[in-house]
Design a binder for this molecule. Structure first.
Ligand code: XBP
Ligand code: MG
Length: 228
C-alpha cells in the first residue's frame, strides 16, 4: 500500500458540528437584519444543506420563494452579512471539535502525516474557526470556498489542495461528513472516509472507504486511516 503522506479534512460537520447551532442561526439573523420574513427551521435546513455554499443555498431558496427582486445580488449581500455574523459568532462562542478529532490530528502529526483542509465555507470564518479549535497553523494547506469557482461536489477544491500539498492522490485520503463532500473527493481520485452526523446520516455514501458515526474508539481512528 502507498505510504500515507497527507489527510485532507472537510470542516463543517466533520471537524466540528457547526451547521445547526452556528451556521443556521447566522443565516436567520441575516434574513432578519434584511427585514425578510424567512426563518430556516432545523429540519428544513437539512434539506437546504444539499446545496453546497451559503450564497448558492440562499439564492436557490429565494428563487423557490419567488423573491421579487434581484436574486443573485440579494443572495450575495445576504451571504456577506451572514459570513460576518458567523465570523462574530466564532469569535464569541466556545467551540469544540467533534469528539475524537483532536486525538486523530495528534496521531497523524506524530506519524509525520501532513494535515490539510478543503471546505466550501468562506475563508473569513474558516481561519478563525480552525485557530480556535486547534490552534494556529495546524493545517499546512487550507482550501476554502473563496479559492475555487465550482464548489463541492465538484472536485476543484480537493484538486487544489492536492496541488498545494504536492502529493499524488494515491498517497492522500480525505475525511468528509456528506455525500457532496464524498463525491468531490472521489472525483479527485481520493480515497474518502466518511463520519456522518445528524444531518448527513441518511445520505448515500457509495464509493466511501468506510462510513462511521463517530471518530475515536468506536469510529474512525488513526489506525484505520493508516491501513489505507
Ligand atoms: C459546508 C457548506 C458550507 C456551510 C456554510 O461546508 O456547504 O456552505 O454550510 O458556510 P463543508 P458558507 O464543505 O466544510 O462541509 O456560508 O461560508 O458557505
Ligand atoms: Mg461538511
Amino acid at each position: 500500500m502507498a505510504k500515507l503522506q497527507a489527510v485532507i479534512f472537510d470542516v463543517d460537520g466533520t471537524l466540528a458540528d457547526t451547521e445547526r447551532d452556528l451556521h443556521l442561526p447566522a443565516f436567520n439573523a441575516a434574513f432578519a437584519k434584511f427585514n425578510l420574513p424567512y426563518r430556516w427551521q432545523v429540519a428544513e435546513y437539512g434539506e437546504l444543506l444539499h446545496t453546497a455554499g451559503g450564497r448558492q443555498r440562499i439564492a436557490k431558496y429565494l428563487v423557490q420563494q419567488r423573491y421579487p427582486e434581484d436574486v443573485p445580488a440579494t443572495a450575495a449581500l445576504l451571504h456577506e452579512l451572514k459570513t460576518e455574523l458567523f465570523r462574530q459568532a466564532v469569535a464569541t462562542t466556545r467551540l469544540r471539535p467533534r469528539r475524537g478529532v483532536a486525538d486523530l490530528l495528534r496521531s497523524l502529526h506524530d506519524a509525520d502525516v501532513r494535515l490539510a483542509v478543503c471546505t466550501t465555507g468562506r475563508r473569513a470564518w474558516v481561519m478563525p474557526l480552525l485557530d480556535q479549535l486547534f490552534g494556529p497553523d495546524r493545517f499546512e494547506v487550507v482550501v476554502t470556498g473563496d479559492d475555487v469557482t465550482e464548489l463541492k461536489p465538484n472536485p476543484d477544491g480537493y484538486l487544489l489542495a492536492l496541488a498545494q500539498l504536492g502529493c499524488p492522490s494515491t498517497h492522500v485520503v480525505a475525511v468528509e461528513d456528506s455525500a457532496n463532500g464524498l463525491q468531490a473527493a472521489r472525483s479527485a481520485q481520493l480515497r474518502c472516509w466518511v463520519v456522518t452526523n445528524d444531518y448527513t446520516r441518511d445520505q448515500a455514501f457509495g464509493g466511501a472507504a468506510g462510513v462511521f458515526e463517530t471518530f475515536g474508539r468506536d469510529g474512525l481512528t488513526f489506525e484505520i486511516i493508516q491501513q489505507q
